[in-house]
Design a protein around this ligand. Structure first.
Ligand code: GDP
Ligand code: MN
Length: 391
């Protein structure tokens, strides 16, 4: 699960990382008053689109403002704009930093290495993928030990090699803080780009340089979310695909794909096999969908809704291996779903295992197209999709 910059910054703050203060505004008026409050302590503010995609700066989603009026004006431009398909519904307002130099620092889960991997670079601010492609030597990497975490000497090595020797203490604490953030929240990724040296006016009026996290991106491990119920609050309803939310609510494992054949299957392995056979028969699956074990009629109906929401779906392939799941329950669900369905899409059903005979009887009475083998079912579904105009 990706979370917004403002929420990522909260998790960084909780681990003691240096993050400039901010407010989140959902309207021009809120942005204006947030800016007015911050401008009592700073000369200018930065207004940043809160969307779950990167490259906001380049897209015009990050703008500076020197007055509350100007902040309101730029918030007006940013709110409602579309960045890589995401509509901006809120902005972050923060004191504008005077940037001396931008760095890149991230912690990712290195699955192959079975360790947290830190990646740092003196070439921050820009897209790190570009640095990695063009000048891989400009990226410093170091693994944290699963038992010992990131040790001080490792963090110092990283800091020196990133060219942060003049901010050694701060850099060490940021690097260790990223690992702590990863571990505390079961994150897959914690990325600070830019990590920046900024110039600030000290209490005595003299300039001081400080290392701060100006941007933050965190991805949480979905499979570990149950260990952190408090993080559910960071799921952003503004950005979640309605189909994903519906699937989650129904307890259905659903991944939307680009093809034309909707698949309803029980079991993840069988669902993948079904997708393979659809492809082998010359079709493209529209989704991965696992209704899980022991699904009852209402779950089958919910799955059918999910499939039919996608306008690209031209045919539906139902493949059920009855174990705990009873074939007749699924058949009832299908009959009920078809009675309510608003769009007429051809369907091919294969049900084997527990109560398959009862299922076959029900489906036959309701004039469903059935198939005995999975190959036959896939071939029929692909043919039906073609007949219905799928490419
Ligand atoms: P991203 O483009 O989505 O990664 O958004 P960032 O938060 O990283 O902002 C993009 C760029 O805007 C940064 O690399 C900075 O160069 C600039 N920027 C962001 N915040 C500030 C700020 O407070 N002051 C100044 N001067 N520039 C900023
Ligand atoms: Mn950034």
């Amino acid at each position: 699960m990706k979370i917004q910059e403002a929420d990522a910054k909260r998790l960084l703050l909780a681990q003691g990382l240096p993050v400039p203060e901010w407010e989140v505004a959902r309207s021009v008026a809120e942005a204006r008053s947030a800016a007015a409050r911050l401008l009592t302590r700073t000369d200018s503010v930065v207004v940043k689109a809160q969307v779950l995609v990167g490259g906001r700066g380049k897209a015009g989603g990050v703008k500076l403002a020197a007055s509350a009026d100007e902040a309101a004006a730029v918030a007006g431009q940013i709110l409602g704009m579309s960045i890589k398909g995401s509509i901006v519904s809120k902005v972050l307002v923060a004191p504008a930093a005077e940037i001396v130099k931008e760095y890149y620092l991230s912690a990712v889960l290195d699955r192959a290495g079975r360790r947290i991997l830190l990646m740092g670079s003196a070439e921050g601010g820009v897209e790190i993928e570009q640095v990695a492609a063009e000048r891989p030597e400009a990226i410093v990497t170091i693994h944290a030990d699963p038992e010992l975490g990131l040790e001080d000497w490792q963090a110092r090595t990283l800091a020196f090699r990133m060219g942060l020797g003049n901010q050694l203490k701060a850099a060490v604490s940021v690097a260790k803080g990223l690992v702590a953030t990863m571990r505390a929240n079961d994150a897959d990724l914690v990325e600070i780009n830019p990590l920046a040296i900024v110039r600030e006016r000290g209490a005595d009026g003299a300039d001081v340089e400080r290392l701060v996290c100006l941007d933050a991106k965190i991805t949480l491990d979905d499979s570990a979310l149950y260990r952190h119920p408090e993080l559910e609050a960071f799921r952003d309803p503004d950005e979640e695909d309605p189909a994903d939310a519906q699937a989650r609510a129904a307890g259905i494992n659903f991944i939307h794909l680009d093809g034309t054949i909707g698949c309803m299957v029980n079991g993840a392995g069988l669902a993948m096999t079904t997708m393979d056979l659809v492809k082998r028969a010359g079709g493209e699956p529209a989704n991965f969908l696992d209704i899980g074990g022991g699904a009852k009629a209402d779950k089958v109906a919910a799955a059918m809704d999910l499939i039919l929401v996608d306008p690209k779906v031209r045919a539906i392939l139902v493949n059920i291996f009855g174990g705990i799941t009873r074939g007749d329950e699924v058949a009832h669900g299908l009959i009920e779903a078809r009675a309510q369905q608003t769009r007429d899409v051809p369907m091919v059903v294969r049900i084997v295992g527990t109560n398959a005979a009862e299922a076959a009887e029900l489906l036959q009475a309701a004039r469903f197209e059935t198939a005995a083998s999975l190959d036959e079912a896939a071939a029929k579904a692909v043919a039906a999709a073609r007949a219905a105009g799928a490419a």
